[in-house]
Ligand binder design. Sequence first.
Ligand SMILES: [Mg+2]
Length: 111
Amino acid sequence: MDKISFVEYQKQANSLISEAGKKDMILNGVMGLAGEAGECVDLVKKERFQGHELNRDKLIEELGDVLWYIAETASGLNVSLDEIAEKNLDKLHKRYHGDKFNAFDSINRKE
Ligand SMILES: [Mg+2]
């Protein structure tokens, strides 16, 4: 499969939204996002506490499901995934002064 941009991903994800989902893309999006994030947590929980091997392929699949619901929520807000990614990086670069995560700046954040 060719590499795909956020713009193309969001466009294709939008084409897959159900009629029910289109009625409230923000609500459907955040509910789906919570559910899929929970599926990610469950895979790691099974590995850490229940003796399973970490199912890497399944975790990657679930991260894709998370991305899909992020795209749906973003579309409901009329914002692109590119814009969300840029704003997130801007925020983190400002918080950590262009450096890596550190506890001091995390604890003393201004936002
Ligand atoms: Mg899933």
